[in-house]
Design a protein around this ligand. Sequence first.
Ligand code: MCA
Ligand code: AMP
Length: 539
Amino acid sequence: MRFSALPLIIQYRVFCIQSKAHTAVLKITYKVSYTMPNPLYDALFAIHAHNDNKFISDPIEKQQLSYSAFVQRAAQFSNVIQEAGLQPGDRLTAQIGKSVSALALYAGCVQSGVVYLPLNTAYTASEVEYFLNDSGASLLIADPEAQAALTPICDKLGASMHTLSKNGLTGSLIDLVELAETSSKTAERTEDDLAALLYTSGTTGRSKGAMLTQSNLLSNAQVLHKLWQFTEADVLLHALPVFHTHGLFVATNTCLLAGAQIIFEPGFNTDRIIERLPFASTMMGVPTFYTRLLAEDSFDKALAQHMRLFISGSAPLLADTHIEFEQRTGHRILERYGMTETNMNTSNPYDGERKAGTVGFPLPGVEVKITDAETGEPTPQGDIGQLEVRGPNVFKGYWNMPEKTAEELRENGFFITGDLAQIDTEGYVSIVGRDKDLIISGGYNIYPKEIELVLDEQPGVLESAVIGVPHPDFGETVVGVLVADSDDLNTAKVESAVAESLARFKHPRKLIVLDSLPRNAMGKVQKNALREQYKDLFS
Ligand code: MCA
Ligand code: AMP
């Protein structure tokens, strides 16, 4: 391991215990260690080069991979990326299943200095085309099943493609990885260099690429690791997708820093989770995970007794779920709040009261304030206003969108989240609403405008309004309200057109046809009235 890969504190200890005779030499080494060539790689991966503890395991199927083997695998991916001609700062897009190879690809990108752009596996070919084109990525890693649809897009955009099967075991990428050396040159990066580009939808319809730097990811992981007290004795039950901040950075980076073990599930399957829970000490999930567990009689106190911590985020956890969970298991879920652009911002305390319906306190190093949307001035204590955050966790801006960036990221470093919040007298933050037209279904963000644009194009549709309504499983779900401009409106045809262009999770679960949309005096569609009218559709 390169000496500089050791955290400074350890290096300092090594330095202190050396004999006096070596002091001169060590002083030089200590100085050299200040130039960390790739802070994220060094902290998350290089540190484990000789760690033979388990990293990924499946206690039921008796499979395991050590940290050191993973670091070697990541180096093979890094070599393949470099041999493909990608330079530090270039973008690599991946639309692949959840597998150890997917994680090693992420690590390989960090090592080679390439910006990682993971995509939801549900995205259609036309959605992938947008991301590939907008990011200017030169390499796409895709599922072999998508190869036929994506090859013409890559050809058009001048990008190369490699395939990786859902389980990460086969594909043209693996063929090359198998032949690659198990050590790789680590690209020199600074804390301010980009590590990842994660797309997040916008109110204007099309997605914006959030530029996340090495220090955005590293600083947040360091804070969470400490705050949630992760250690190498922990075993995290990981059932989240690894194409979003929650599963890729919050869950994985925190474990990597701690040297903890991960039970790496391909997705959330309630039976498999219940089977593996006895082997875990912690779990992170979206609220749907917890409501699905509570729906199982076998999920009881005995099953959860040994657990150290359950964490929830990405969508509001209903206070009722929080209370029912505690009654059933004796555990209070720790709720935290974040965004793609900011990583995590607030968290309920590890020690101390975890208040239901709140997202806790600002993380160490993160400032939050509640401001008036009109004036941008702080509101009086306890008032509801827009939530702004500032800290090392806050992204660098939107890829190639300086104007959008300037609208949401103030010059003084505060990012306007678009969430409405209030802070109680003890300092607990509550997210009470959204200043943005956003639906969160099962933890996935859905921007109504993107769906409305597709609906409005369909024959027979005069106009549309897309709303989110309460849903027992997904928290919220999508409903499309249409106004017909002729007798030609065929909702089945509208549904198949939506299926062509948008990922399944964005599809309206119901289409309703009205004579007209409710509007206010200014002519603006009153979505609140529609939400109220259809709030019991799925209850
Ligand atoms: C799957 N479907 C969905 C969703 N997921 N529809 C709406 N919303 C969803 N979230 C579709 C499937 O395609 C399927 O369609 C049908 O719904 C039922 O699928 P099911 O088997 O029940 O779904 P699943 O595979 O069990 O997935 C549900 C899930 C999953 C486990 C809740 O969506 C999930 O893992 N969500 C986590 C999302 C996440 O990681 N968010 C973090 C974003 P059909 O029936 O037609 O086949 S990061 C973030 O928000 C910030 C930074 C933060 O704070 O963390
Ligand atoms: P994303 O754009 O996918 O990163 O989603 C970020 C959004 O998810 C935030 O702006 C919030 O609206 C929402 N969110 C995340 N965590 C929570 C939470 N614990 N409670 C309420 N909303 C949340």
